[in-house]
Design a protein around this ligand. Sequence first.
Ligand code: ADP
Ligand code: MG
Length: 702
Amino acid sequence: MSMEAFFSPRSVAVVGASREKGKVGHEILASIVRGGYEGKIFPVNPKAADVEGIPCHPDLKSIGETPDLVVIVVPARVVPMVMEECAAVGAKAVVVITAGFKEVGDDGKALENRILGIAKRAGIRMIGPNCLGVMVPSHKLNASFGGDLPVPGGIAYLSQSGALLAAILDLANANGIGFSKLVSIGNKADVDELDLIRAFGQDPETKVIAGYLESITHGNAFVREAEGISAEKPILLMKSGGTGAGAAAASSHTGSLAGGETAYEAVFERAGIVRCSSIKEQFDHAQAFAQQPLPEGDRVAVITNAGGPGIMAADAIERQGLTFATLAEDTEARLAEGLPAAANIHNPIDVLGDALADRYELALDIALDDPNIDVVLVLLTPQAMTECAATAEAIVRVSKAKPGKPVLAAFMGARQVGEGIQALRQGGIPQYDSPEAAVATIRVMANYVRWRARPKRVVRLFPVNRRRVERIIDRYLRRHLREIGEMESKEILEAYGFVTPKGSLATTAEQAESIAEQLGYPVVMKIWSPDIVHKSDVGGVKVGLRKASDVRDAFDLMMYRIPKKMPEADILGVLVQEMCSTGQEVILGMNRDPRFGPLMMFGMGGIMVEVLKDVSFYLAPLTAQEARQMLKNTRTYQMLRGVRGQEGVDIDAVAEGLQRLSQLVTEFPQIQEMDINPYVVGLVGTSPIAVDARISVEGSAD
Ligand code: ADP
Ligand code: MG
């Protein structure tokens, strides 16, 4: 069923409507009436004759017709009975305002499951329980107790917190911000963020989807849906709380670095969702998206009546990585002709402190014609002669006449610019309290435009040996072992096209020596034990051994010292390995998020990973472009490219390694976490080497 009945019902019943002012059951009905709802209203209350002057019905049945929307405000224990009634009269859309469900513990959870079960069986869609309700300004529907109905507009809002929605409403109403729909999803027992972004995505009234979420229920479906919707309209989310994934139990580097939030960061990035950290930031962005066209590029021109704010804006533009527009010659000539001689005709265009509305009008009109400008930011400080309101009206007029490019304003101050700000808002020009805030929004718009223009995602599939990996993993799972040892981890990697160092296991010093002779010096020796996760930590790695006596000594020393340090560890011998002498050490890894699936990691490798934390994450499967972007998101990238005359390493080979790893973990959901550390990368044309690897698996062998 679509969400239509929630958003444009022809009739609404309020079960639990109360005569007592201040009670939620009264407030909801009063809100519906006060909002000017034009459909039929049915208060339901067996103990009252009428509420707010509207005759009451003792129950849903006695209404005699099926209300499109039913709002339930009765005490929690009575809700199941009312839900049964909803089913009996054939209601299809129900909002349960009542609290006292999942949020209060196990009994509440059981009660919630009961009403959900009734709803599901009857094909009822339910919003809530424990929510504030639904508002649709264009339909004059305020089925909530959140506050007054805001004006109609292009922003749809969904909130997992009712209280926050009340705060947003208050702020929005004070500033005249318009909405298409507002929904408080409460415990989201049935209707959740996925249903709503889908409905908002299809809603012609909605230009921007904004919301506050504490959790995302259907991880993968949400990412897919959001990615599709973001191609049409922006999604701006505030998100609090982590996924709680991995971190504590993690044995890999990737697992310990992938905190709960990293998955969300990666998801938002993948789906083109703009993450906001405050209500203010969210509405700063939302208004621009709702009211202005998208910029074609990131070249910003500034018009100002004061030098200081112009410089602040220029600084912010540079800091945010936007382009400070260079005006076309023709633009400067026209500005020189129309403005006083003292005015600055270069960006930032300074119309001077004594500018009246006409100079702003002229400058904006000329700027909007300039092919070198994508966005115009108009700044104003209230000086002696400034005409705040008239200037605002002029800005509105010009931007309406030339609607192709976004125009944003920052009228700075409070009381003196108040009327001007009012006029800007009414005219659909987003207003910011500082140049920085406006520039932050411009950056978000430019990023969004870039995200939309990104190339189509194509995931490359490498020819691999899946059977070989399957056999190893099955063998481990059958024995109920989680950690795959280094030798077999490397076998898995080889099956996916990775190169690993040659070497074998020695159980005596003599054997170690003969392996070393065969490999050729220098060699590396590593303690070999399923119980030792980080070998260097216990002195279990010796590199750069150049002769037979070094090898024998290293063997004896390890076999003597390590069992003392770790008496419990089962030590099988020492691995003698060829030494990769040149190259930089990076780490490639994966941690499987319970909701969103494999989360890939790239970063600075070696034994300092956790200390330096120079890592980046992205969701698998990776495209070549995404893999390269992961590299670029780290400082390590600069090193890989070569600093101070050093030759860079083969960056494409690293990106390819990430893609191969992404294929491996996508094809084997049994792999829970893994990393290759170090992955030693050399000059272009040489193969990177997976020197050390760790893989842990979970699941049942069948
Ligand atoms: P662990 O991570 O368990 O301590 P590693 O096998 O990763 O053990 O070895 C630790 C460090 O020793 C690596 O980060 C790398 O700097 C170095 N190293 C290990 N093996 C080799 C090798 N074959 N060639 C070059 N350097 C190596
Ligand atoms: Mg290592």
